[in-house]
Design a protein around this ligand. Structure first.
Ligand SMILES: [Zn+2]
Length: 167
């Protein structure tokens, strides 16, 4: 996937209205994003602490998703593992983010949720060399596996949000 223009990024959103997509804050530094090395791009809304956005590159194009963090998960600082990067080496806040599904399912109130790093640091986490006691000698292989695992889990989430009803 090549670079996205701000308009393409806004057009990629599947679970909000056109007006909301036109109004959402663009991610900082989006023109520098190397999509070949990005399983997804995620950012928080500076005006609305509970609001997050992710854009997932998929074979059929980018899928943008509006997410909402549960208040309980924002208050809890109990250690939890992110369901996407599954990073166990650095302790960070992980929130329960939910997304309204696209189309008819979403209008009926259907959502998809996941425990994900509060500031969407997954793509950095999977590229960090793990401490040697965890991996023996083949750190590169471990990092590759982490990257492909993250990509798969994020794409699966995006598919669940899009569902089969997307026209
Ligand atoms: Zn993560």
């Amino acid at each position: 996937m090549d670079t996205l223009t701000p308009q393409e990024l806004r057009d990629s959103f599947v679970n909000c209205s056109r007006a909301d997509a036109a109004d959402l804050p663009l991610p900082p530094g989006m023109h520098e994003v190397d999509w070949a090395r990005r399983e997804y791009l995620g950012w928080r809304d500076p005006r609305l602490p509970q609001r997050g956005y992710v854009v997932v590159p998929t074979p059929s194009g980018p899928v943008g998703i509006v997410l909402r963090a549960s208040e309980a998960s924002m208050r809890s600082h109990a250690p939890t593992i992110c369901g996407w990067c599954q990073d166990v080496h650095v302790r960070r806040d992980v929130y329960f983010w939910s997304a309204r599904r696209a189309g008819e399912a979403g209008r009926k109130g259907d959502t998809v949720g996941a425990l994900v790093c509060a500031s969407f640091e997954c793509t950095e986490n999977v590229r960090r060399t793990p401490p040697p006691q965890f991996v023996g000698f083949d750190a590169e292989r471990v990092i590759e596996d982490q990257i492909s695992g993250l990509g798969e889990r994020v794409r699966r989430f995006a598919q669940a949000v899009v569902g089969v009803s997307r026209s």
